[in-house]
Design a protein around this ligand. Structure first.
Ligand code: NAD
Length: 359
């Protein structure tokens, strides 16, 4: 069995020394595209069981190919017949590349489709990256805010703590709460999922309640679209709290749909001069009306930073977690030393997005 790791535009490295050593125990040969890991100064090709190959050699030879970016049509056509491709196709998004797979004699698995179950937690790349992004968003905000985060009692007078408001308490939001609290800020939090209230409070955040949210337990841990009436009530409440905040970190996403607009232009205009908004939902349209993709916008003294790739600012840990997630996921394909695409296995079945139907 040969597993190939391709280079991507994505700067994260999908294989680490630690994961390579674990793969060796599965008795697989690892083929890496020439120079993979060089940017992180990883000497992967020196490891036992790892072989440096060209991209085309890997496509032609590997039984299982891993590529963080979806493959081009040209690369897809070079894959070995009946091989397994693992990537991130986000098939729930309107803009995806799933169509390019049609007619290819391969099976494709998309790691963003791994179910959000306890068993699958160790393979959940979205969570790993969200956690880093939540942490880094607070550090970035602290660095950009022309104020202290903690309360400071100095000889020259007392400085009040900053107020950080976090919209969306999923994986990124919870990490942002913990980080902002560690830096001494006051933290206020909104989420449509009432279930997170206890977690928020446990981390020292104040959960702002808005009555009447729709919470669908069958949505696999994801938030669902809210009623117009709820949205208006939530908007009023957010407007009141945003005006008081020094930092707003937004993380609210809806799977397969544009992110909800939670912070309007008028709300931004009511914020204090120097305030900072970090919009982690930028790649799906943003939670702030003024977010302009992955750029920084200045509006009436408020900085709005759109960034959905903040995890890459901790590239070493992002790569280490990604490679662990990939190893844990790949293990699902092995049974008694043999490759086994077991569709009874929920993790495999739910993450399989394409299979060639032989006619
Ligand atoms: P996400 O990125 O989909 O969204 C971030 C947060 O924004 C969520 O908490 C969501 O409820 C909230 N949100 C959405 N719309 C909103 C709105 N209009 N107003 C305010 N908040 C809004 O979420 P996520 O970080 O991927 O996590 C979602 C859930 O899934 C969490 O409960 C998390 O613990 C769970 N989860 C489970 C696993 C696992 O068990 N393997 C892995 C990851 C996440």
């Amino acid at each position: 069995m040969k597993i190939g790791f391709l280079k991507s535009e994505d700067p994260r490295c999908p294989l680490s020394e630690t994961s390579a050593k674990k793969f060796k125990k599965l008795d697989v040969a690892l083929l890496i595209e020439n120079g993979l890991g060089a940017e992180l100064d990883l000497d992967l090709e020196q490891l036992d069981g790892v072989v440096d190959k060209s991209r085309d050699e890997i496509l032609a030879d590997a039984d299982m190919v891993y590529s963080t970016d979806p493959l081009s049509e040209a690369d897809l056509s070079k894959l070995k017949k009946d091989s397994i491709l693992v990537s991130f196709y986000a098939p729930f998004n309107a803009v995806n590349q799933v169509d390019t797979l049609t007619g290819k004699a391969i099976q494709v698995f998309s790691m963003d489709m791994i179910p959000r179950t306890t068993l699958a937690q160790s393979m959940d790349v979205l969570s790993s990256m969200a956690s880093i992004a939540g942490y880094k968003s607070v550090l970035l905000a602290a660095e950009r805010l022309p104020r202290y985060f903690p309360m400071m009692m100095t000889a020259a007078g007392t400085v009040k703590p900053a107020t950080v408001m976090i919209l969306g308490a999923g994986v990124a939001g919870l990490q942002a709460i913990a980080t902002a609290r560690r830096l001494g800020a006051k933290v206020e939090v909104f989420d449509v999922r009432q279930a997170v209230k206890e977690e928020v409070e446990g981390l020292g955040g104040k959960f702002i309640e808005v009555e009447g949210a729709t919470d669908d337990k069958d949505a696999g841990g994801y938030a669902v679209e809210q009623t117009e009436e709820f949205k208006q009530r939530q908007k009023d409440k957010i407007a009141e709290r945003v005006a008081n905040a020094d930092v707003v970190i937004t993380t609210a996403q809806l799977r397969g749909r544009p992110a909800p607009t939670l912070v309007t232009k008028a709300m931004v205009e009511n914020m204090k001069h120097g305030s900072v908004i970090i919009d982690l939902a930028a790649s799906t349209g943003g939670n702030c009306e003024l977010t302009d993709g992955e750029t920084t916008v200045m509006h009436q003294g408020v900085q709005i930073i759109g960034d959905s790739h903040l995890a890459n600012s901790a590239l070493i840990d992002a790569s280490a977690l990604l490679s662990n997630n990939i190893y844990n996921y790949t293990q699902q394909f092995f049974k008694e030393g043999q490759v086994n695409v077991d569709l009874e296995n929920e993790i495999i079945a739910k993450s399989r997005i394409y299979t060639y139907e032989k006619s």
